[in-house]
Every structure is written in C-alpha cells, then in structure tokens.
Design a protein around this ligand. Structure first.
Ligand SMILES: Nc1ncnc2c1ncn2[C@@H]1O[C@H](COP(=O)(O)OP(=O)(O)OP(=O)(O)O)[C@@H](O)[C@H]1O
Ligand SMILES: [Mg+2]
Length: 251
C-alpha cells in the first residue's frame, strides 16, 4: 500500500499542498483531477520523495525516506508532466533506462531486462519506434516512449502525470485500457488527468483544489462538485453515465 498522511509542501511563501491524506492499494487505480496549479504534480513529486515535504509517506509499510533510491525506483515508477528529452539516444536506450533500479552499480543486461523492455514497447505500441532517435519523434510518440520507460521498471506503483497529453483519441483509449489491465494485474496506479472523462476509467477519483482534497469518490458522484470547480464546464447524461465537456458560450 502507498499511504500519505498530512502531506504539506511549500515553495517559499506559497503553500502548494496543505495537508493531503491518500491511500493507494495494489490493484487500485486512483485518478487525480484538479485545476491548474492545484498541486497535482507536487503531490506526485512528494510521493516519489523528489521534493521536501512535511508529513508522512509509507510504501508497503515502510517510510519512504528510509528506502534507498534503488528500492524506491523498483517500487515506484514515474511519468513526469514535462520531463527532459535526452538527446542522442534511441528509443530502445531511453526505455532501457527504466531498468536502472533493477541493475545495481555493475548490472548486466539480463533476459528479465530484455523481457521488460519488450513488454514496455509492446504495451505502448512503440516497437516500430525502437531504433528511432528520441528527438526525431512527434509529441505523442515521445509521450508513449516515456510511458514505456516507466512500464519497463515493472513497478508496484505507477505515478503518471497527465499520461494522455499529446495522445490522439485512439491512443488515449488504448492507454486507458492498458491502465485498466495493469491495475487488474495488481499494480497500483495514480494518474493525473485534466479530462474528467478519462477519470471514469479509474476506480476512484480525488479532486484536488488549492492543495487540499476537495472531494473523493467514483467519477459520476463528483460531477456536481466538478461543475462548481470548473465554471466553464457542462455535464451531459449519456448511456455510459455523465460526461463533462467544456462549454463555449461567447464571452
Ligand atoms: N518549483 C516551484 N517553485 C515555486 N512554485 C512552484 C514550483 N512548482 C510549482 N509551484 C507552484 O505550486 C502550485 C502547484 O503546482 P503544481 O505544479 O503542483 O500544480 P498542478 O496541479 O500540477 O498544475 P497543472 O495542472 O498546471 O500541471 C502552483 O501554484 C505553482 O505555481
Ligand atoms: Mg501538473
């Protein structure tokens, strides 16, 4: 279980997280929604131990800060919202970086590493890109490669910051189906979305506003609150439940 209690993060004077509690169980998919600047990326960074926070985080019952970076890397994999784009590397090499936490200092590339690499490339439909140089790929192709790098770690928990960014509708659907499958196989997933309709695929949604949890539950139960938080949004009933879309009343 990944568990946080009383998480607080300050950037100088600005309080980005103001006491967040969170539980993510293996096999559970939790979606994180919230306006720009509400603290979603900060929450992921704190859960990964990548910035200073007050409060407590435990992974599998052990304090996060007591784990080595290798152990953290094997338990938690991360897709950043705006990660650096390494130059001069082929896709295969970028995805292979996801295996580092398993390799140790003098690690050899094993059969297990190769299998994880193949799994990651296949799951993201990136096999045909494997020999391309990363910097030559389109935005959506790059996003799938970064997702593959996170999957290659075969972590217990996946923390994904806006994984649908840059993806076309078909690749968005494939990603949601992949995350459903991975969670059924026992991986705990925490994924940031902006589109509430993506969060419908998750088991549970947490709505973060101003660094605090405003509401939590299955997406359909949060629709009224979403309309209060996003005044420009509109909800429509459909046979698959309510969908939330941006309106476009002329200003
Ligand atoms: N390095 C930083 N230094 C100072 N302030 C920061 C820093 N990073 C984030 N902030 C501020 O902290 C708040 C939360 O930022 P965060 O990136 O967590 O928001 P977010 O919910 O991920 O937003 P978005 O939807 O735009 O990605 C914002 O007000 C942001 O301006
Ligand atoms: Mg963010």
């Amino acid at each position: 279980m990944l568990r946080a209690r009383g998480l607080r993060v300050r950037y100088g004077e600005r309080e980005a997280l103001a006491g967040v509690d969170l539980v993510l169980r293996p096999g559970e998919w939790l979606a994180l929604l919230g306006p720009n600047g509400s603290g979603k990326s900060t929450l992921l960074l704190a859960l990964l131990g990548l910035l200073r926070f007050e409060g407590e985080v435990w992974v599998e019952g052990r304090p996060l800060l007591g784990l080595s970076s290798w152990e953290r890397g094997r338990l938690l994999a991360y897709l950043p919202q705006n990660g650096p784009v390494p130059e001069g590397l082929r896709v295969r090499e970028v995805v292979a970086l996801g295996r580092l936490p398993h390799q140790g200092l003098f690690g050899r590339w094993t059969e297990e590493d190769e299998a994880a690499l193949r799994f990651a490339l296949a799951s993201t439909g990136a096999e045909a890109l494997a020999e391309r140089e990363l910097t030559t790929l389109s935005g959506g192709e790059r996003q799938r490669v970064f997702l593959a790098r996170a999957l290659a770690a075969r972590p217990r928990y996946l923390l994904l910051d806006e994984p649908t960014n840059h993806l076309d509708l078909d690749h968005q659907a494939r990603l949601l189906a992949l995350l459903r499958r991975l969670s059924r196989e026992g991986i705990g997933i925490l994924s940031v979305f902006h589109d509430p309709n993506h969060a419908r695929a998750a088991d549970r949604t947490l709505l973060l506003v101003g660094g605090r949890v405003r509401a939590e539950g299955a997406l359909p139960t949060l629709v009224d609150e979403l309309l209060r938080v996003y005044p420009g949004a509109e909800a429509y009933p459909t046979p698959k439940g309510p969908v939330v879309l941006p309106g476009w009343e002329e200003a």
